[in-house]
Design a protein around this ligand. Structure first.
Ligand code: NAD
Length: 258
């Protein structure tokens, strides 16, 4: 379904981004990966799906590096554009507002929100010229509701959903759509840190900490998986998604239904 398309997924060396990149690759999209840590492993996993794969190590808190990544991605497979942009890179920090380190606030807003603005503004002209494009923003249930001690994260994710709606509206008469995915708990390195912190603070096992985390928020008592989220991204890219514009779709075990 996505053969001949170039997909750029930010923050795709682990977790949800890698899951989405693999789902798009399974549909035939060539993929540009981004993110820190191990690069060769994720590259090999994508290549094994029979598509072309490239990597750019832009730090998503740095607009000049985002510009470099967008040029690189557009030029990689000879198409001169990114067809599918998944703004996924994100970080978390947990502290009460009065204790929140100001540099952590700045980093979270830059990586979770401002980077999506930069990548989107740079991807749009070529998408519009081709009259086809998909921009998928990985927001969160925290783009729809709040939790204590996550001020920067909740603010950034509410901002991402606002940006999603504006992007969708500004392109509503074109073949370019923009939508947000709002996962509940997904057991990635980002959430494992919170499980570890809970286990240490309460002197309980990792398994007990996971159950506590789920029990606070998710009626299903199950983690959503990167694979499930990847299939939602595939749906947004499918012809059935042509007129899905500006939605914030939660996949969250019932978290925000409560
Ligand atoms: P993760 O830590 O596994 O992955 C984050 C990715 O972003 C990694 O590839 C990392 O290298 C990359 N990254 C971090 N800082 C970066 C930077 N400055 N520049 C470039 N890349 C950078 O986390 P994840 O859980 O897969 O998170 C992915 C997205 O999903 C984030 O936006 C997160 O907010 C969102 N999300 C996660 C959950 C969850 O439960 N895990 C729930 C809702 C939303």
């Amino acid at each position: 379904m996505l053969k001949g398309k170039t997909a750029l997924v930010t923050g795709s060396t682990s977790g949800i981004g890698l899951g989405v990149a693999k789902a798009l690759a399974r549909q035939g999209a060539d993929v540009v990966l981004n993110g820190f840590g191990d690069v060769e492993g994720p590259k090999a996993e994508i290549a094994a799906l029979g598509v072309q794969v490239a990597y750019h190590g832009a730090d998503m808190s740095k607009p000049a590096e985002i510009e470099g990544m967008m040029k690189f991605a557009a030029g990689q497979f000879g198409r001169g554009r990114v067809d599918i942009l998944v703004n996924n890179a994100g970080i978390q920090h947990v502290a009460r507002i009065e204790d929140f380190p100001t540099e952590r606030w700045d980093a979270i807003i830059a990586i979770n929100l401002t980077s999506a603005f930069h990548a989107t503004r740079l991807a749009l002209p070529a998408m519009r010229a081709a009259n086809w494009g998909r921009i998928i923003n990985v927001a969160s249930t925290h783009g729809l509701v709040a939790s204590a001690e996550k001020s920067a994260y909740v603010a950034s994710k509410h901002g991402v959903i606002g940006l999603t709606k504006v992007t969708a509206l500004e392109n509503a008469t074109t073949g370019v759509t923009c939508n947000a995915i709002c996962p509940g708990w997904v057991l990635t390195p980002l959430v494992q840190k919170q499980v570890d912190a809970k286990a240490a603070a309460l002197k309980i096992s990792n398994e007990e900490a996971k159950k506590l985390l789920l029990g606070e928020k998710e009626p299903s008592m199950q983690f959503t998986t990167p694979e499930e989220l990847g299939e939602l991204a595939v749906f947004f890219c499918s012809p059935a998604g042509n007129n899905v514009r500006g939605v914030a779709w939660n996949m969250d075990g019932g978290w925000v239904a409560q």
